[in-house]
Design a protein around this ligand. Structure first.
Ligand code: FES
Ligand SMILES: [Fe+2]
Length: 366
């Protein structure tokens, strides 16, 4: 049994051809966690997000269902919605020649439409993208034949936590957004995933996190063992920057979920962090080989958010962790194109599970 395993070679983190292949075979094929459902709470509210090489328009129809479309006008291809978010009453109207589409993507109006009987309104509707809601998020898939949601997205949670029931106890779909922070990270998305998967770095760069979760000082991540959650240290009252009390605990958690932190990686772009009084969900949007936007949501019980509880200490813990992590990733990115890293580096035993991620990626790109 060797104690060292190879990483991916540096070019995987810099080569535009690798990035293009990832967009095509990973992000445009798999389920992608696009937006929080409450961001598009009302019919006609929308957000546009980048998924692989496409801009995707995510909205809600009058029946309350999430809908997603390619953000491209079917007339001459103008981008339909230029803003990252907004709201329309009943239709999306292209600013070029005023073709208008309803919230289900049907072409409903265009100048001189009646004089063009051969212009089929169904045929020239917006190109739909598969969409479904889970955990209070809208997940989209650009593939015409999406992979099984149960096997891929939910399967990742089962693999990590042992079952779906333990995740359902957090009632993530009913939580409210307490805080959102967007990080523009100058690093390849895989560096961010790999970093999230291991805790060998915890003792070095995360003093506040290790204070709350002393077992992290040992270098073994909460993701290392199935069903394992890292336990709060003695005297720690909550998952906060100073270990002081948090806010109201989510009712219905099991005994073994109290005073513990669980983490799940849902490939390819979601990190889920579960603690007794809140849930932190990261979504990555890879924009370039060396640039990834990470949108991080802190979710609490609705009454906690509605009553305006002070979330500062609660949010600050993982905000610091994020900044510490992303700074480390940004420190690695330039080295990915160095000849010193042409053959990659090594994974020590507490990082060996990252090799599974590399195998999975190579498999998808093959
Ligand atoms: S390109 Fe949209 S209406 Fe012409
Ligand atoms: Fe970290």
């Amino acid at each position: 049994m060797t104690s060292l395993l190879p990483t991916l070679p540096g070019a995987y983190y810099t080569d535009p051809a690798v990035f293009a292949a990832e967009q095509e075979r990973v992000f445009e094929q798999m389920w992608f966690c696009a937006v929080r459902g409450e961001d598009i709470a009302a019919a006609g509210r929308y957000r546009t997000v980048r998924v692989g090489r496409e801009s995707v328009l995510v909205t809600r129809n009058s029946g309350g269902e999430a809908r997603a479309f390619l953000n491209v006008c079917r007339h001459r291809g103008a981008q339909l919605c230029a803003d990252e978010e907004g709201a329309v009453k009943r239709t999306f109207r292209c600013t070029y020649h005023a073709w208008s589409y309803d919230l289900d993507g049907r072409l409903v109006a265009a100048p001189n439409l009646v004089k063009m009987p051969d212009l089929d309104r169904v045929e020239y509707g917006l190109r739909p993208v598969h969409a479904r809601e889970w955990l209070g998020y809208v997940w989209v898939c650009l593939s015409e034949t999406p992979p099984s949601f149960a096997e891929t997205v939910q399967g990742a949670c089962v693999e990590r936590l042992g079952d779906l029931a333990s995740l359902e106890r957090y009632g993530i779909e009913d939580l409210s957004l307490g805080r959102r922070i967007r990080y523009d990270v100058r690093a390849n998305w895989k560096l961010i995933i790999e970093n999230f998967m291991e805790c060998y770095h915890c003792a070095t760069i995360h003093p506040e996190l290790v204070h709350v979760l002393p077992e992290f000082a040992g270098g073994y991540a909460a993701q290392y063992y199935v069903g394992h959650g890292a336990e709060f240290g003695p005297g720690i009252e909550g998952f906060t920057v100073d270990g002081g009390a948090g806010v109201t605990t989510i009712a219905g958690l099991a005994q073994e979920q109290d005073r513990r932190y669980f983490a799940v990686t849902i490939r390819p772009q979601v990190f889920l962090n579960l603690v007794p009084d809140h849930v932190i969900l990261h979504r990555m949007y890879p924009l370039a080989p060396d640039r990834t936007v990470v949108e991080c949501d802190w979710l609490y019980l609705p009454e906690v958010v509605a009553q305006g509880h002070d979330l500062t200490n609660s949010v600050e813990l993982f905000d610091r962790v994020n900044r510490q992590d992303f700074e480390a990733c940004e420190r690695c990115q330039p080295a990915m194109s160095s000849r010193a890293y042409a053959d990659g580096g090594v994974l020590v035993p507490s990082e060996h599970h990252i090799a599974t991620f590399h195998e999975w990626l190579r498999d998808r790109l093959r």
